[in-house]
Write a protein that binds this ligand. Sequence first.
Ligand code: SHN
Ligand code: NAI
Length: 220
Amino acid sequence: MNEYPVMIRLKKKKITVIGGGKVAERKINSLLQAEGNVVVVSPVVTKKIQTWVENNQLTWFKKEFEPADVTSSFLVIAATNKRKINQQVAEAVNEFQLLNLVDDPEKSNFIVPSSFQQGNLTIAVSTSGSSPGLAKKIKNDLAQQFDDTYAEYLEFLRACRDEVKQRVENPEKRRQVLKELLRDEFFELTRTGQINERNKRFLSLLDDEKGRGNHSKGLA
Ligand SMILES: C[C@@]1(CC(=O)O)c2cc3[nH]c(cc4nc(cc5[nH]c(cc(n2)[C@H]1CCC(=O)O)[C@@](C)(CC(=O)O)[C@@H]5CCC(=O)O)C(CC(=O)O)=C4CCC(=O)O)c(CCC(=O)O)c3CC(=O)O
Ligand SMILES: NC(=O)C1=CN([C@@H]2O[C@H](COP(=O)(O)OP(=O)(O)OC[C@H]3O[C@@H](n4cnc5c(N)ncnc54)[C@H](O)[C@@H]3O)[C@@H](O)[C@H]2O)C=CC1
């Protein structure tokens, strides 16, 4: 069976993590990056989780798991070191809730890939649980390759995309201009800091398309 990869928007969504150990800490770290409203249920938590509590970045219920803890959660992670407790969490959720058991991929309806972000670029690697360690290794290799030039390049591409949407009506021409921006030349001009030259070349692409001398406000 293949999983279906998605990018979930968690902003302000209630997320409940049962357990507050090393694995819970790792999952919470990325949930906070996504601005989820994180609630932790655990008698004990790591130092780092305590720091997040002190900084009001999450809510901690210092207690053992009870089924009522997960009734109103959008997403639930069972991350205790006790298999039996994690199974009880699985029994407490309904079929419409997102559920991850850190020790039982089969009973989870989602698993977490190894991922990193470089600006608006997200690279996520999954092995469907075959080897989380390999997923991490591949992610680390890719992180070397996709340096911060990509974040800057993506900002440029985003601005161009907005401009093209406004100014080029013909869908085929739109696609053509957007495709031209993926040429190595535009990446290299970004990498070497030749921003004026890069933006000028973009505008000339637009002018070519329109056949007249338009000038952009955003990227001129
Ligand atoms: C199925 C899945 C469910 C889930 O957690 O979503 C799952 C399950 C399990 N992991 C286990 C072990 C380890 N997990 C890691 C690391 C990560 N594990 C992550 C995800 C996933 N782990 C999901 C599948 C992802 C996929 O394959 O696509 C990452 C990618 C994401 C994250 O957790 O944020 C994160 C890397 C983060 C990063 O990039 O830094 C390491 C390495 C390390 O810690 O350095 C080890 C030790 C080495 C090893 O065992 O390989 C065990 C055995 C526990 C035991 O021994 O009892 C189970 C349980 C089982 O297999 O049944
Ligand atoms: N999916 C993954 O990426 C990985 C999963 N694992 C699995 O994750 C499990 C947890 O690992 P760690 O975080 O290292 O363990 P840990 O021992 O550091 O933390 C366990 C946490 O569970 C809490 N807990 C125990 N009983 C509880 C209860 N009744 N209600 C609420 N919280 C309770 C403890 O207070 C503690 O905070 C391991 O047993 C292992 O099977 C391990 C490595 C990676």
